[in-house]
Design a protein around this ligand. Structure first.
Ligand SMILES: Nc1ncnc2c1ncn2[C@@H]1O[C@H](COP(=O)(O)OP(=O)(O)OP(=O)(O)O)[C@@H](O)[C@H]1O
Ligand SMILES: [Mg+2]
Length: 282
């Protein structure tokens, strides 16, 4: 498989009053083009810090060691202006909290247009057409009208769709979705998952899907990284991890999860689920 993203021995360190603390320690994994990789682990295990390190968006003061290569290019240590050029274009992220990453004072259309024009240029009129298409693509009804809505005029599930539309507008090679469904109820969760999987299949984007829910991972990922307290507990194919978890912690996670596979039509491990066409609109 040709690898799109290769993370090797990644360590993220924060200075604290009691000295430096490694919140991510020696994590290694890879994402192929066209592949979905799941990162799973309890709260505070370092999932978001790992993804923020990839995006070059770690909080101030954090330092990194190791290597993160996207399409063969090392990202660690690159100047911010270069990373800014890659973000939104080559790699995109759906953040854990959509409200904090959408600007409440601008319409969603304007925010999508700005993101698009920053990387692709063109006229505002053309970018608006792109924004309307993007909103329609993620299953929002009447995108011509909703393009002029402000973030608070959408429901939680709709806001997730707006975030997905914005992340995908430049067709990035890599998309990181950081717990995009945690705040949503189970039905909406399943719909967003189906939508993401469908879009991923269509566009061949490499997808990193982060969750604390192994059941969700089992339905979409081909490879899985299990994290705990900043460390990599286990990494392998979904088949391996679900059939023969090597680590006690993974076994515990597997045993403790409520299964939502039924609502996803029980797809085989590693396959992509459903199609975005038969979406119920939120
Ligand atoms: N600005 C910061 N300074 C110091 N430590 C931090 C900072 N932000 C986060 N951390 C620590 O980094 C660790 C990993 O946090 P991270 O946000 O990556 O967890 P997570 O796996 O995404 O959890 P969750 O599932 O709750 O989102 C946590 O122990 C957290 O306390
Ligand atoms: Mg997190």
């Amino acid at each position: 498989m040709s690898e799109l993203l290769v993370v090797q021995d990644l360590t993220v360190t924060f200075p604290t009053t009691r000295g430096p603390v490694d919140v991510v320690r020696g994590v290694s994994f890879a994402v192929g083009r066209d592949e979905t990789v799941g990162i799973v682990g309890e709260s505070g295990s370092g999932k978001s810090m790992t993804s923020l390190a990839i995006m070059g968006l770690l909080p101030k003061g954090a330092t990194t060691r190791g290597s993160i290569r996207l399409n063969g290019t090392e990202l660690l240590g690159r100047p911010d202006r270069e990373l800014r050029r890659l973000r939104g274009d080559q790699m995109s992220m759906i953040f854990q909290d959509p409200l904090s990453s959408l600007n409440p004072y601008y319409t969603v259309g304007l925010q999508i247009e700005e993101m698009y024009r920053a990387h692709r240029g063109g006229t505002r009129k053309a970018a608006r057409e792109v924004a309307i298409r993007a909103l329609g693509h993620v299953g929002l009804p009447e995108p011509e009208r909703r393009v002029d809505y402000y973030p608070h005029q959408f429901s939680g599930g709709q806001r997730q769709r707006v975030m997905i539309a914005m992340a995908l507008v430049c067709e990035p090679a890599l998309l990181i979705a950081d717990e995009p469904t945690t705040a949503l109820d189970v039905t909406v969760q399943a719909q967003i998952l189906r939508l993401l999987a469908g879009l991923q299949r269509e566009s061949g984007t490499g997808l990193v899907f982060i969750t604390h829910d192994l059941a969700v991972i089992s339905s979409i990922a081909t490879r899985v990284l299990v994290m705990r307290r900043g460390e990599q507990v286990e990494y392998g194919t979904a088949e391996q991890i679900f059939a023969e978890p090597e680590h006690e912690y993974t076994r515990m996670l597997l045993e403790s999860i409520p299964r939502i596979d039924d609502s996803l039509d029980d797809p085989p491990h590693g396959s992509l689920i459903g199609s975005p066409d038969d979406e119920v609109i939120l």
